[in-house]
Design a protein around this ligand. Structure first.
Ligand SMILES: Nc1ncnc2c1ncn2[C@@H]1O[C@H](COP(=O)(O)OP(=O)(O)O)[C@@H](O)[C@H]1O
Ligand SMILES: [Mg+2]
Length: 244
């Protein structure tokens, strides 16, 4: 088998609070392959966000390794981790983290000021190197169905539109893998379903993704479902491919 795109081995994360240790992750093994969609289930407080942050270069493990295309992410220097965070992975935060003063367009475009987009070529991709960050941000917002909401600030967007802006921003660098933290967690059923359809479309186009969720509908569309319990990942009984 070829090398996984993203991989965790023996991943541990212990928090120290007021002299006490809280073991949240305790030997997590995990892989995502190119083009794969993996859902991570788990109850509230089971460590899903902690795991996703570790996968995305946003934290530091207390044990184990995260590898991206075989490279040990946390063995790299800060600059290289920063590059990893801002180019190789795209992150959709649980609360979206949109900047309230900026328009939808600016919120998406700002990602290009943090790390340079690579505009990775895909089959059938008509993009050229001359695409400006602004054009790319506009195209992504059109892609997520917000072509006529470019100037809206987050407060003027509906509950279903805000996550779309966050997803467009997560895609700005054409990341190898998109990491989304409970992307339908705050949405009503219909709105959640439409956001879910967007992830399904991206996945059909070959986008690799990790979706953290407690929504069974999200889990259903994944290639693979794993469950975080007791600080470790277990195959989910009854899922399509019950392997980690
Ligand atoms: N920075 C932190 N310091 C101390 N404890 C934390 C920190 N981040 C998360 N935790 C604790 O780790 C546990 C798992 O949190 P989290 O990963 O957010 O769970 P989930 O996303 O599954 O709801 C929780 O008990 C939480 O209180
Ligand atoms: Mg969480």
């Amino acid at each position: 088998m070829s090398e996984p795109l993203l991989e965790a081995n023996g991943l541990g994360r212990t928090f120290r609070e007021g002299g006490r240790s809280l073991v949240v992750l305790d030997g997590v093994d995990f892989t995502v392959d190119d083009g794969e969609c993996v859902a991570i289930l788990g109850r509230s407080g089971s460590g899903k966000s902690t795991l996703l942050h570790l996968l995305g270069g946003l934290d530091r493990p207390t044990a184990g390794v995260v590898r991206f295309r075989g490279r040990d992410v946390y063995a790299m220097n800060e600059l290289a981790i920063d590059r990893y965070r801002n180019r190789d992975v795209g992150f959709v935060f649980q609360q979206y983290h949109l900047l309230p003063e900026l328009s939808a367009l600016e919120n998406v475009r700002i990602a290009s000021q943090i790390g340079r987009p690579r505009h990775r070529k895909r089959d059938g991709d008509t993009e050229t190197r001359s695409t400006s960050p602004r054009e790319r941000a506009e195209a992504l917002l059109a892609r997520v169905g917000l072509g006529d909401r470019l100037r809206h600030k987050p407060s003027k967007l509906s509950g279903g539109e805000r996550p779309r802006v966050a997803i467009a921003r997560g895609l700005m660098h054409d990341p190898a893998v998109l990491l989304a933290d409970e992307p339908t967690g705050n949405l009503d059923a219909d709105t959640g379903a439409s956001v879910l359809e967007l992830f399904a479309e991206l996945h059909r186009e070959g986008q690799a993704m990790v979706l953290v969720t407690h929504d069974q509908n999200v889990a259903q569309q994944a290639d693979r479902v794993v469950t975080l319990v007791g600080g470790m990942l277990a195959p989910t009984p009854g899922s399509a491919a019950a392997t980690v």
